[in-house]
Design a protein around this ligand. Structure first.
Ligand code: AKG
Ligand code: FE2
Length: 302
């Protein structure tokens, strides 16, 4: 099994046959593996490079500076998360990574870092570009599930998404037993956009429980469906486990950078099994509010 490539430009044209074909391929990707590469995503490579460069200068700054911006609670879920602080797999030691979580403009303005955000429109431009891409994918999801095209986007219109810069430093000492760069987990929200930089390492679990590499494909954006989409669709779309292992080659001596954009429904959205998804199997999960689900997931991993 491999991760399919979807050309999104074919969804943004008026030709209904080609559009429907993209919708069908997206359905299949979400159903069979929960991951896909998006080609012609509309995200400018130059902009992405600028965000990676801002990310690198932030992580290069002294720990004391980063800690002034420390993440301190799951309700705000914004700020700097130090090495080994988060356990994406709660049963294993903390992840060998540091991260910086950024929420929407209001929070950005109240929580700006002198290095990363002040006078740096790059981050907010990128946040908006990711929001736009996520909305296009959500439109295709709705059509794939035989819902009105804007069913999901209207439930995601409060920009409740988290942009996360990630840095996996070169390994200095031996890891603890079971410790990896990012423990195996599924994402919590509706979908995630993932951008890797040079040093790869992401792995995805197939339905046969095999781990396959999800390498960087230059110019493409990796998209995966998260837990809330899995609940909403009664497992028709899957929330696939993924992880970042410690490389067993020279990449272990290198910093790895990635960026994740976690797309979340508005907090007050009730995630209840969609009618079109309850025909073959009765609802697996009870309804839950999107905001509640996110909070409980964060509480498990910090
Ligand atoms: O860094 C990566 O490639 C993956 C990160 C990830 O899966 C996450 O933060 O949820
Ligand atoms: Fe993830």
């Amino acid at each position: 099994m491999s991760i399919p490539i979807i050309d999104l430009s074919q969804f943004q044209i008026s030709n209904q046959v080609r559009r429907q074909n993209v919708v069908k391929n997206i359905y299949q990707a979400c159903h069979e593996i929960g991951f896909m590469y998006i080609q012609n995503s509309g995200i400018s490579p130059d902009l992405l490079e600028q965000v990676f460069s801002a990310s690198k200068s932030f992580f290069d700054s002294p720990l004391a500076v980063k800690e002034q911006l420390a993440w301190n609670n799951e309700f705000i879920n914004t700020g700097y998360v130090g090495l080994e602080r988060e356990h994406l797999n709660p049963n294993q030691p903390g992840d060998l990574k540091e991260a910086f979580n950024i929420k929407n403009d209001i929070i950005i303005n109240n929580f700006s870092s002198p290095i990363l955000l002040t006078n740096n429109p790059v981050i907010s431009t990128f946040y908006n570009a990711c929001t736009e891409l996520a909305n296009t994918v959500l439109q295709a999801f709705a059509l794939a599930l035989e819902l009105p095209e804007y069913f999901f986007t209207t439930r995601h219109n409060q920009k409740n998404h988290t942009l996360r810069l990630l840095h996996y430093p070169p390994l200095q000492t031996s890891p603890k037993p079971g410790q990896v760069r990012a423990g195996e987990h599924s994402d919590y929200g509706s979908l995630t956009l993932l951008f890797q930089h040079a040093v790869g390492g992401l792995e995805v679990q197939t339905t046969r429980k095999e781990w396959i590499a999800a390498p960087l494909i230059p110019g493409m954006v990796l998209v995966n469906t998260g837990d809330l989409m899995q609940r909403w669709t009664n497992h028709i779309f899957c929330s696939t486990k993924h992880r970042v292992m410690i490389p067993n080659d020279e990449r272990v001596k290198k910093s790895r950078y990635s960026i994740a954009f976690f797309c979340h429904p508005n907090d007050d959205t009730e995630i209840a099994c969609l009618e079109s998804c309850s025909q073959r199997q009765s609802p697996i999960y009870p309804p839950i509010l999107a905001g509640e689900y996110l909070l409980s997931s964060l509480q498990l991993t910090y």
